[in-house]
Design a protein around this ligand. Structure first.
Ligand code: ZN
Length: 183
């Protein structure tokens, strides 16, 4: 079955160029001897503007694809690939590309954010570790409530866990952490 191709969906090569490549020479009136019937005088007319041809002898007419189909005895698909035509992305294709681009952008954003957030977490961890060692070396260094210290120190394993999770995390994990962060 030949699927109809809507106008503008494919880029067709120039009919005159293809004819020349096939050894069909046009005269000054864009007429050639028709390859589809025993033509003594040029009766095949090519219309560059509409990129179509018409034979006044045998009545054959069409565009570059139908010309090649007929001339090379090819199927529609065969003619398409003979001419090296590629389908343009359809609107659906554009949507898919947009979705892919959005996903890529989101990914890029999240990975950038991860690097920043991870650095912030590491800074915080270093800070707590310094406080921790300071308290260990000199328990009387400040008058802070011991319970404040306990909650400060409790933050350390939580930070370590979060940093580790982010480092090994896939996109889903990073999204979870990000959503937790902006909540
Ligand atoms: Zn003809």
């Amino acid at each position: 079955m030949i699927l109809p191709i809507a106008k503008g969906e494919i880029d067709k090569p120039d009919l005159l160029t293809v004819l020349a490549a096939e050894g069909i020479n046009l005269n000054r009136n864009n007429m050639a001897r028709c390859p589809f019937h025993d033509d003594r005088t040029p009766s095949l007319k090519v219309f560059p503007d509409s990129q179509t041809f018409h034979c006044f002898g045998c009545g054959k007419h069409g565009d570059v694809i139908s010309f090649i189909r007929e001339y090379k005895s090819l199927s529609f698909k065969g003619a398409i690939s003979y001419l090296g035509i590629e389908s343009k992305p359809t609107p659906d294709g554009h949507k898919r590309q947009d979705a892919l681009r959005r996903k890529k952008n989101l990914r890029g954003f999240l990975f950038k954010w991860r690097r920043r957030y991870q650095n912030a977490l590491i800074d915080r961890l270093r800070e707590l570790e310094n406080i921790d060692s300071e308290i260990r070396n000199n328990p009387m260094v400040d008058g802070a409530d011991p319970w404040d210290r306990v909650s400060l120190m409790a933050e350390i394993p939580h930070l370590e866990w979060k940093i580790e999770l982010m480092q090994s995390g896939d996109l889903e994990t990073i999204i979870d952490i990000y959503e937790d962060f902006v909540r």
